[in-house]
Write a protein that binds this ligand. Structure first.
Ligand SMILES: [Zn+2]
Length: 463
């Protein structure tokens, strides 16, 4: 069996990975808070962990891996959006507007991550479906002296857990000195963090032993991972920005609520993403979502390739040059493998690179070598282990003809027709386009032309 080695933040070493149960390798990743489109930085861990899951399935068997990624659907930003929609006159209760907003955002998230070729996890629990389990866990923590209730809040007593700070390598006193801890009258100690907080009439809330309220963020992951993966599981993944306080708090809650479990044995953290050498920020004008790139016709496969071209433990720099290079490489490779069946298994060099702490950059280097040798079948089988050269991601390569000039002409005709009330020229053009196998979509935003299955470029000349 292939030995997988992973860098474990908990031990700060690269360790041989030994699952608790090889029949069911269990992995949890902190998922998105669903209030808006995923930005490019959000996509990095999703694509990295997608490759890890593919490697685990390759080694332990497709049916022997359980991958859980949550949706945080209770959050002050979501509430704020729903409230402003309600104030703008949107119909429905606040709870309905929140549900509408999170449903919409989850739909976007799925579409965007699908476009990057990331397989959906086995479970995608939503926090609001696990409120009862969170309340039960908080009750256990209170009963055992690890938490307390005050003024409608439930708080975790950080000093009751001696290993607090171990994951990120800080002492509680250092953290108090260096961190922006919130001092609040209901806290015994400034480091204590919220497990439950009260909700007023303008906020979503659930009944609890501490009054109507809503859970804190950290308790979600502890409760949902316990429900779906048990008190000990193999890997917990997430961005390095979540290490403190989120992951530290998850560990404290889970270790104290389930003292006989290990919670997560391996902690995997990916580094952050920059754009053209700078931190991505709305104020710098270099902030973009996955959808922004897709809309600019950067193919999902190209985004995936660029994200995987840097090792997950290094900061990743997204540049337009990298995207162009990736597009050229993929174009060439797709040409090589066209009409070829994949080899029965991926190249050992590619598996070895991935097994070595998920060295995706090394795996891509190995793919270049295989392509250079002209072994198309092996290239195809190996690239697919990284989720590249798949059928699902191949649409961009056979992208249809550029119909934008025709769309512009039709938009002009339509504008003229609206003024003259004579639509005959628009109708005639539409008919000719339809005859050439072009689907015509007219919306308030403009005219969209799409080459359909019966597209005939020859007939376009008559339009
Ligand atoms: Zn989490």
């Amino acid at each position: 069996m292939v030995e997988i080695r992973l860098t474990n933040t908990k031990t700060r070493g690269k360790e041989a990975f030994a699952p608790i149960d090889p029949q069911n390798v269990r992995l949890y990743m902190c998922g998105p808070t669903v209030y808006d489109r995923a930005h490019l930085g959000n996509a990095r861990p999703v694509v990295v962990i997608d490759v890890l899951v593919a490697l685990l399935r390759h080694v332990y068997g497709a049916d022997h891996v359980t991958y859980v990624r949550n949706f945080t659907d209770v959050d002050d930003k979501i509430n704020a959006t729903a409230l402003s929609r309600q104030q703008a006159g949107a119909p429905g209760t606040l709870e309905e507007l929140i549900r509408e907003r999170t449903q919409e955002t989850i739909g976007w998230y799925h579409a965007d991550m699908d476009a990057l070729g990331a397989a959906r996890p086995d479970h995608e629990p939503r926090a609001t479906d696990y409120i009862a389990q969170m309340i039960a866990m908080i009750e256990t923590l209170i009963a055992d002296g690890h938490a307390y209730a005050r003024d409608g809040h439930a708080l975790f007593r950080v000093r009751s857990y001696k290993d607090y700070g171990k994951l990120s390598g800080r002492s509680v006193d250092d953290m108090i000195a260096g961190a922006r801890v919130e001092v609040a009258p209901f806290k015994e100690d400034p480091m204590d963090f919220v497990l439950w907080k009260p909700s007023d009439a303008e906020l979503p809330g659930w009944d609890s032993p501490w009054g109507r309220g809503r859970p804190g963020w950290h308790i979600e992951c502890s409760a949902m991972s316990y429900e779906l993966l048990g008190e000990s599981f193999d890997i917990h993944a997430g961005g390095i920005d979540l290490q403190f306080p989120h992951h530290e708090n998850e560990i404290a809650q889970s270790a104290c609520a389930h003292p006989h479990g290990d919670f997560a044995r391996v902690w995997l953290h990916n580094e952050m993403l920059q754009v053209e050498g700078k931190k991505m920020a709305k104020s710098l004008g270099n902030f973009f979502t996955v959808r922004d790139l897709l809309d600019k016709r950067v193919p999902g496969e190209v985004i995936r390739f660029v994200l995987l071209s840097t090792h997950y433990r290094k900061p990743m720099d997204w540049t337009a040059d990298k995207a162009r290079e990736a597009e050229a490489v993929l174009h060439k490779w797709r040409g090589l493998v066209a009409g070829i069946d994949p080899a029965p298994s991926p190249a050992p060099a590619v598996i070895a690179a991935l097994a070595d702490d998920l060295n995706t950059a090394g795996a891509i280097a190995a793919l270049h070598e295989i392509a250079g040798q002209g072994d198309a079948a092996l290239l195809l089988a190996s690239a697919r282990l990284l989720g590249l050269l798949t059928d699902e991601l191949g649409d961009w390569i056979v992208a249809g003809p550029d119909l934008s000039a025709l769309a512009d002409r039709m938009t002009e005709l339509r504008q003229a027709a609206k003024a003259s009330k004579d639509f005959s020229a628009v109708d005639a053009m539409k008919q000719k386009l339809t005859d050439a196998g072009v689907e015509v979509r007219m919306t308030a935003a403009g005219v969209e032309l799409l080459a359909g299955p019966g597209f005939d470029a020859g007939k376009l000349e008559r339009v």
